[in-house]
Write a protein that binds this ligand. Structure first.
Ligand code: DC
Length: 230
């Protein structure tokens, strides 16, 4: 394996296992993993706490102040390789996964101001290289010169089944049909928004993991490293 520290960008559809795969790669390469979605979720929470998201709109006048004062970073969980997301010094990892944050994040993350701030922060996090970052615009906007770009996807029905099992394990009752419809709607929203839509970079390698185990995905990645001579 190369001694050169790489920048690895992973983009793709929601609920297709991007973060699990990105974390596994980061652990394997001994790199830092950054969940860019968590950053959009944290800034959304900051907007909600300041009361500037109301009735399906963000108060654009007050937004710059909230963005400027939102200090977002990641800290390692004690005794684990996992990290937690912090907003202004407070651990918000659980809070940012809540339904109310999830239902406002698309609205906040389509703001140009928000994206500019997040992209600058993400680039700063990658300045020492040795990073795996996942999201929607990492290979296209954040690190267009990334050493490896991966675009992940899986069939909508299969993504829905995986999500359904996850929720069932947590005793949350939502129908499979509802989840599938939500996944299709989110794909559409991600792909058609004006600001940094979800796009496959021309030089990204597509990984469709509909019928792949985690081990097969890691083998796919190892083969890619060898083929690219990295
Ligand atoms: O990956 P996720 O579901 O945690 O992402 C949360 C939201 O943030 C989702 O609506 C898409 C948005 N997002 C984005 O616009 N750009 C990114 N690089 C990452 C996530």
């Amino acid at each position: 394996m190369t001694d050169k520290k790489l920048i690895i960008a992973i983009d793709g559809h929601s609920s297709c296992g991007k973060s699990t795969f990105a974390k596994a790669i980061a652990a394997r390469m001994n790199y830092i993993y950054i969940d860019s979605g968590a950053m959009y979720r944290a800034v959304t929470l900051a907007c909600m706490e300041q009361g500037i998201v109301r009735n399906g709109a963000v108060d654009e006048k007050l937004l710059p102040h909230v963005i400027e004062t939102a200090d977002i970073n990641f800290r390692k969980k004690e005794g684990s390789a996992q990290t937690d997301t912090f907003l202004n010094g407070i651990n918000v990892e659980e809070r940012i996964r809540s339904i109310d944050v999830a239902s406002n994040v698309s609205l906040v993350s389509k703001s140009t101001r928000v994206r500019e701030k997040m992209v600058a922060l993400q680039r700063r996090m990658g300045r020492n290289r040795g990073i795996v970052m996942d999201g929607r615009d990492i290979g296209t906007v954040v690190f267009p010169g990334a050493d490896i770009k991966i675009f992940m996807t899986a069939e909508a029905g299969i993504r829905a089944q995986r999500r359904y099992r996850e929720l069932a394990d947590k005793n949350l009752k939502v129908s499979l049909e509802e989840i599938r419809n939500n996944i299709i709607a989110r794909d559409k929203m991600d792909e058609t928004r004006m600001e940094s839509p979800l796009l496959k970079a021309p030089d990204a390698f597509v990984l469709d993991n509909s019928y792949m185990t985690p081990e097969q995905q890691m083998k796919w990645f190892d083969d890619l490293l060898s083929e690219m001579n990295l």
